[in-house]
Design a binder for this molecule. Structure first.
Ligand code: AMP
Ligand code: MG
Length: 404
């Protein structure tokens, strides 16, 4: 454990991803009112509680008719409006006015759309100008989904369309993975709160609010632990308060400096370290460990390293805790817009813009403190370690940077 830090071989990035993924156990499910379930993950397949549509209805505004009676003159016997069905029957030679979504009265088997109808006799009759096909403009009960069929598969994240589908299919409560409780602590004697005057040597604690926003976006319930100065006592106090959450995220203090205390104090408090120092740039000093069921992520202090560590490890883990089926960062693939020189030892996670053509254009300024430049990027492109320059057009993996 106390081997000199540089004796640690750098861990390949893919190994690090697997080590974290292997430790993510979904949290228990809870029943959530469907209106409040947006952004959450469905724990088990959810059956439709009703046919959808629940009753056979009209796709158009017009007249419910018997197709065999068209074209021709029909007597209007009533109206079926949305929410106010016509309870009578449409007999031969008859029609009922109908609006979109209204129930089709018994006897009718097609809709004559308003555009092919002329109203006569002060509304008492209509003339249908062309033949209407059997079943024309009829939306059948259950043609979207039938009662008992699965409306949401287990592991689905509930976005607007999924919410609309579940509610339309009669679902009132959804089984969702619990939201993880996350303790967030930033470390460093140099840190000041946003907007306060800075003395020489001080910087703003941007990682705290940055991570807080990213965590909320990933569905976590966040407890902010006040920034810890670089003393063992302050770290002990902060970490002890953090460790009874599902997840602990720290920023800073995981490198090899004399004041980097997070790992040492974590160990003292019973955290079993499972990885440290990854073969990637930025974000090499990321650490990960567990104490019981608590996942403990040590993100480096440099803001871009923090962001990269979050996107690669923390976000996927948080989503998987809530029931996503993918605990690994989900890379996409695209071509480089310009040539890129790789790092000879570590995989580079470079900040890129997505061009309108769908290619990846590296931003100028790739150092780990350059958060203002990173803020203009759309994605992180993974450039595998190597010695050969990658020409423009080379396909690489990339990870979109999430915005809120
Ligand atoms: P550390 O990992 O603690 O050695 O920090 C690396 C670099 O990140 C240093 O320049 C720190 O000042 C900076 N840093 C650490 N914590 C934060 C933070 N919360 N917000 C912004 N920068 C930070
Ligand atoms: Mg520090």
């Amino acid at each position: 454990m106390n081997a000199p830090p540089f004796a640690h071989a750098l861990l390949p990035l893919d190994d690090a991803i697997e080590i974290v993924a292997a430790r993510v156990v979904p949290l228990p499910a809870e029943q959530v009112p469907v209106e409040e379930a947006g952004g959450r993950f469905v724990a088990q397949a959810v059956p439709a509680a009703t046919d959808l549509p629940p009753f056979t209805n009209s796709a158009l505004d017009g007249y419910a008719v018997r197709a065999d009676d068209t074209p021709g003159r029909l007597v209007v016997v009533g109206e079926s409006a949305a929410g106010m069905p016509y309870e009578g029957e449409v007999g031969p030679g008859e029609a009922a006015r109908i609006s979109t979504g209204a129930a089709i009265p018994d006897g009718a088997d097609a809709i004559a759309q308003i555009e092919i109808v002329t109203v006569t006799d002060d509304g008492g009759a209509i003339e249908v100008s062309r033949e209407v096909g059997f079943d024309e403009a009829v939306r059948h009960a259950g043609d979207d989904i039938r009662r008992g069929e699965t409306v949401l598969e287990a592991g689905t994240r509930i976005g607007p369309a999924q919410l609309g589908a579940a509610i339309s299919a009669g679902v009132g409560m959804l089984p969702c993975g619990r939201r993880p409780s996350v303790a967030l602590l930033t470390t460093g004697s140099e840190l000041r709160a946003p907007g306060m005057p800075l003395a020489r040597g001080q910087i703003y604690d941007s990682n705290g609010p940055m991570l807080q926003l990213a965590l909320a976006h990933a569905g976590a319930t966040v407890t902010r632990i006040p920034a810890a100065v670089d003393t063992p006592e302050a770290h002990r106090q902060a970490l002890a308060a953090a460790l009874d959450h599902d997840v602990v995220i720290s920023s800073g203090g995981v490198s090899v400096g004399a004041h980097d205390l997070v790992r040492e104090i974590g160990r003292e408090l019973g955290v079993e370290e499972l990885l440290w120092r990854i073969s990637m740039r930025p974000g090499k000093p990321v650490s990960f460990g567990v104490r019981g069921r608590t996942l403990v992520f040590g993100l480096p202090g440099n803001p871009v390293s923090t962001l990269v560590g979050f996107e690669l490890f923390v976000r996927p883990a948080l989503l998987a805790l809530q029931g996503s089926r993918q605990p690994r960062a989900e890379f996409r693939r695209a071509s480089l817009a310009t040539s890129v020189r790789p790092n000879s030892i570590r995989d580079d996670m470079i900040r890129v813009k997505l061009t309108p053509a769908g290619t990846l254009e590296p931003v100028r300024g790739q150092q780990s403190h350059q958060i203002a430049i990173a803020a203009r990027a759309d994605a992180l492109a993974r450039i595998p370690a190597g010695t050969e320059e990658l020409p423009a057009g080379t396909e690489v993996a990339y990870l979109p940077l999430h915005s809120c």
